[in-house]
Ligand binder design. Structure first.
Ligand code: GLU
Length: 330
């Protein structure tokens, strides 16, 4: 792994990272950890840091939720360059990507239900994920035309390994065809699915560095495939961070309302205390202590980055009862 590029002074100024929250509710501490590190790495290295609201799921997101997230980020002490964008603002770039896939005969309409797919798929597949096998691709020529109507569209996924080289987690080998098969790129809600929207936006927004939770590591492989399908040169540098679990070993989620930033704020917890706990989880300070977000970039010196890079662990972090007591001064 060429460690040189970790050296902030040597990084080109136009490198770009993104804060990409899904505005489905209050940010939880796992979100804060990813956002804080992405922001701090960007600020430390002089990269551009953009904010992109991933709000394509109209049933779960709203403009108010986007605004609330921006308010939480500001309160925590995080900022971004330029105006924040919302994916729902302009669907044209996603339509364009679909037309490109269509012209390469890579996408097809399919409204098979989950049950139908499950029943038709011969072999069980890993991780409990539903795999769409190539045998179910339509034979009808019309199905290979993209019309953007109320139909799911899937992209063909060729078999074979896809290698993800991650700066924090090392090299991982995936086989998207065996894991997910032909993945959905356009939903019957008439909107792009997550994988397509991320690939299109990371490309058009010039994102060079993707810093996010390790639960999305398999998605990196799928996004690499989609980039190839769309003819996008190269991949971003991936930095996947261990996800955060609660005391019982479950992933922190927005349903756990009391670990949300706004809920903690309402309970009288200061922003510096939240940042301090998260910074300690990341190994940036020796013990939990209140600290301003503005002080975090300078803690990300080469030695710390290097120790993060060599940690190579997908082991989750734990948000323990003691952490919670410390946050709440109890
Ligand atoms: N919007 C996603 C989330 O909040 C992140 C997607 C990404 O970083 O690619 O989990």
């Amino acid at each position: 792994m060429p460690d040189d590029s970790l050296h902030p002074e040597r990084l080109e100024s136009k490198r770009t990272t993104r804060l990409a929250p899904s505005p489905t509710g209050d940010l939880h501490l796992g979100n804060v950890r990813s956002l804080l590190l992405a922001w701090a790495m960007g600020r430390r290295a002089g990269w551009r840091v953009i904010l992109r609201h991933e709000d394509l799921d109209a049933s779960r997101t709203s403009i108010e939720a986007c605004e609330a997230i921006e308010a939480s980020l500001h309160w925590l002490g995080l900022d971004w360059d330029g105006a924040a964008t919302r994916q729902s603002d302009d669907l044209e770039p996603y339509f364009e990507a679909m037309r490109r896939l269509e012209s390469r005969r890579l996408v097809f309409a399919s409204n098979l239900s989950r049950r139908e797919i499950r029943e038709a798929a011969a072999a069980p597949h890993g991780g409990g994920e539903l795999r769409f096998p190539r045998e179910l691709r339509p034979t009808d020529e019309d199905a290979w035309r993209f019309h953007g109507g109320e139909t799911n569209f899937r992209v063909t996924t060729r078999p074979g390994p896809e290698i993800v080289r991650d700066r924090l987690l090392g090299t991982h080998r995936f086989d998207p065809a065996a894991e997910v098969g032909d993945q959905i790129v356009w939903t019957k809600a008439g909107r792009p699915a997550y994988q397509l929207s991320v690939v299109v936006d990371d490309d058009r927004q010039g994102v060079t560095d993707v810093i996010r939770g390790a639960d999305l590591l398999p998605s990196a492989a799928r996004q690499q495939r989609l980039r190839q399908d769309l003819g996008i040169a190269g991949d971003p540098t991936w930095w996947h961070l261990p996800i955060v679990h609660d005391e019982t070993g479950r992933r922190l989620a927005k349903r756990d309302g009391d670990t949300g930033v706004e809920a903690l704020r309402a309970a009288g917890v200061s922003a510096d205390r939240i940042i301090g706990l998260v910074a300690w989880w990341c190994g940036l300070i020796e013990q939990p202590a209140p600290i301003a977000a503005a002080a975090i970039p300078e803690l990300l010196d080469d030695a710390r980055l290097r120790s993060m890079v060599t940690r190579e662990t997908t082991e989750p972090l734990r948000f323990t009862h003691e952490d919670r007591r410390w946050l709440l001064h109890r």
